[in-house]
Design a binder for this molecule. Structure first.
Ligand SMILES: [Zn+2]
Length: 205
């Protein structure tokens, strides 16, 4: 394994990778099992140095951070793109995804009882149902739903969900991470320079 990769094993974090299972994953394929990664979350050590700063906060509040995705080997990314070959879901080239550089995580906070807080959408709004619709050429419902996944989405009807989303955003920014450039996925945070040549694609064997 690459010397820059650190496995997240601290008990303040709950690892439940969406591409290691089939329930929460629009391809319906456990691609992380297929390539031998399984349900193991690795991140670049620079990202781990940021995430560690959350521990005092998690300790104080009894909350935990659930990790839905972390390092995504390029081989897994190719399988995902082959399953849903449409730019906008998975970028066609792995090097465009910071997950393949181990510089991004998809996350949500769990409360002290281990229950996920409410947010405007599920983490990764792209479920299998939407994937089928989109492949059939029906994009409208999907894009309407995706608007809710944006960090800029506002809705008076769901104040708690909006509050939780904004609180998560402040928290992740306080440890030095940034949202995705298009701010289109409230669950995605990455190193500010995580898409640069400082962090090349990482091989997985
Ligand atoms: Zn992500």
């Amino acid at each position: 394994m690459d010397k820059n990769l650190i496995e997240i094993r601290d008990s303040h974090f709950v690892v439940d990778l969406m591409y290691a299972g089939t329930a929460h994953n629009m391809t319906g394929r456990p691609v992380y099992q297929e390539i031998g990664l399984g349900n193991r979350a690795f991140v670049h050590r620079d990202l781990w140095n940021c995430l560690q700063k959350l521990i005092p906060y998690l300790e104080q509040t009894g909350r935990r951070l659930k990790i839905y995705d972390a390092f995504r080997p390029a081989a897994a990314h190719r399988l995902l793109f082959e399953a849903i070959p449409q730019d906008g879901f998975f970028v066609p080239e792995a090097f465009r995804s910071p997950h393949c550089r181990a510089t991004a995580v998809d996350v949500a906070l769990l409360d002290a009882d281990g229950v996920e807080q409410v947010y405007p959408t599920k983490v990764d709004a792209y479920d299998e149902n939407f994937a089928k619709q989109v492949q059939a050429g029906n994009l409208r419902d999907f894009f309407r739903y995706l608007q809710k996944a944006s960090l800029d989405y506002q809705d008076d009807q769901i104040p708690e969900a909006i509050h939780n989303r904004d609180e998560l955003c402040r928290l992740m920014q306080s440890i030095g991470l940034v949202p995705a450039p298009r701010r289109h996925e409230w669950w995605h945070y990455e190193l500010p320079d995580g898409r640069t040549e400082k962090y090349p694609l990482i091989d997985f064997k």
